[in-house]
Design a protein around this ligand. Sequence first.
Ligand SMILES: [Fe+2]
Length: 357
Amino acid sequence: MRLLLLMRLAAVLAWAVAGGCVFLALANRVLIQLRQSRFKMFVVFSVMAAIIALSGLSGWVTGWTAWLVLPGLVILAAAAGEVFRFYLRARHRASRPSERVRPRRGWPVLTTTDCVLARYALALKGWKGTPFTIAHVSDLHVDPRLGLDYFREVADRVVAAQPDLLLIAGDFVPSARRIPMLAPVLSRFAPVPLRYAVLGNHDFWAGPERVADAVARAGIRVLRNESVSLELAGGRLLLSGCEDPWGRPRWQAPERGRHDLLVVLVHTADVIYSLGRAGADLAFSGHYHAGQIRIPFFGPVVVPSAFGRRFDHGHFKVGPTDLYVSAGIGASNPPLRFFCHPDIFLVTVSAAAPAGG
Ligand SMILES: [Fe+2]
């Protein structure tokens, strides 16, 4: 009798785990991409509870029978997907930061405002100038609940690093009522000589014209599917802003001309394969928040990407493109990060030595 009960509970567990796998696939690709509203998390948790409860109930009703094949197949498919993703991540993974500076010490559990400054070094064959440094930040989600001092400190740390070029990959505000808070934060980036940005999905929900206007008034040029030619450190760089908050770009690859590098700034890395086909040498994005909630030795649970956790955070090489995916500065609702540091990337680009030289 006790054995029968245990077998039935095991069936419930198998069905519930399968339901959890289905929920995570749905959360990554659909639920987390839903427009931000006060009901969003309620909807996400309701769907999670409904799927897991219904699948658990199916396990209770069907018990230890041939029906167990169904959750078994779902779990197997999820595990195969994870193995494939692990392989792709390993294949695309490029460098790790040469230096990581954390302002605080201690066990990093609640990391919402524990912003890391990560330095990367990248040698590119195409670059003909001297070394220069790009500061890459994303997803500020400027919100007084994190304390406006935090955002000002982030801007000051970027400026203190003396980059040549600042790229901001969108999601300036979580909602329209935060737009007036942008000016005192963004104006602090003014000492960086060159400053560019694209908009993110939250900026579109808040009102793209109003956000772009506030950013431009703070002295940061917003690239809305347009490109600029920059002469920098003795080389020529073509910087293009791909405005694509939902992975469906209306962006046209610019004519590269006589530029050494084509650099693309885009909110989400979901378009990375198209950027590779367009010949981008470098791409900078955000949007994923590195998952915002990560489990040690496992990584993020939910990443808002068509590729799941494949490009969650860091430096990847995808075809001809060096892709940098920032964890962002702020946080979406709930405004918390667990085991997931916000970060500033400083990428120093230099000319690769000629082969044999
Ligand atoms: Fe974001």
